[in-house]
Design a protein around this ligand. Structure first.
Ligand code: SAM
Length: 243
């Protein structure tokens, strides 16, 4: 069954989004007095009573908490160079289905798309909505967090304590050779954009500033950036038991 999420912590009575209200009232034919389960942005799930309907709106009151956020064995973070057209949308949707915990869109040197500050905020909101939709459709218990577009040096600064795995087409060591080291704990998978990584300012910079950083190969063929993201993420999630 499709999950219902809120993008805020559930406290008292709240209103469902228009889309969820349509699903609950029209598709599932629920009405005032019915109970439904809703998961909030912290990952906690509540039993909620439909207390009021007004036109196309539905108001819910939580009666009790069913569960807290599930404990995982760490998070897989996907930091990927932003891509043109709808390719990044596809990455967000598929990475959500595979179980990614956080996605960091990165403005890299060789990105074809250049987003100024004003457009970064709008994109983040759109991508977060896509992640929420994908999470509902695939029955996840949580919604991946989509960060605002960041620059490569800020990415390294924010995550230098996390292990970095960087698929790089000039590398020959296969991704599978590091998998035994990343089966638990937080891991950041970093994928370049259409134009690839800048050697000095990105690959060398990460190697210098991140304490555990491995460049790896995804095989002899050069994959499109979106294929590389999903191929590498699939392998890592498989090794971690899709947790
Ligand atoms: N600009 C590069 C070129 O033309 O040679 C290709 C970049 S590729 C389209 C985008 C990203 O996918 C790369 O930065 C890398 O992270 C990843 N990638 C693609 N193929 C790969 C491979 N065979 N091994 C490792 N990483 C790969």
């Amino acid at each position: 069954m499709r999950k219902i999420f809120t993008d805020f912590p559930i406290g008292g009575t709240f209103e469902l989004s228009a889309d969820d209200a349509h699903h609950v009232l029209v598709v599932l034919r629920h009405t005032v007095g019915d109970m439904i389960q809703v998961t909030d942005c912290t990952g906690a799930t509540y039993e909620c009573l439909i207390t009021r309907m007004a036109g196309h709106s539905a108001f819910l009151t939580p009666t009790h908490k069913i569960s807290e956020k599930k404990h995982t064995n760490g998070t897989v973070i996907l930091a990927a160079g932003i891509l043109k057209s709808d390719k990044f949308d596809w990455v967000i949707q598929k990475a959500t289905e595979l179980g990614v915990g956080t996605i960091v869109p990165v403005q890299m040197e060789h990105c074809v798309v250049k987003l100024n500050d004003a457009r970064r905020k709008g994109r983040q909101e759109r991508w977060q909505r896509l992640a929420m939709e994908a999470a509902k459709q695939c029955g996840r218990d949580d919604v991946p967090r989509i960060e605002t577009v960041t620059d490569f040096s800020s990415l390294v600064e924010a995550y230098s304590h996390v292990r970095f795995v960087i698929p790089y087409e000039q590398e020959t060591t296969p991704l599978t050779s590091v998998c035994s080291e990343i089966r638990t704990g937080d891991v950041l998978l970093c994928i370049g954009p259409e134009g690839g990584f800048a050697r000095d300012t990105e690959i060398d910079y990460a190697e210098k500033n991140v304490s555990w950083c491995r460049t790896v190969s995804l095989g002899p063929r050069i994959l499109r950036a979106e294929t590389a993201s999903l191929a590498a993420l699939s392998i890592i999630m498989y090794e971690r038991g899709f947790m």
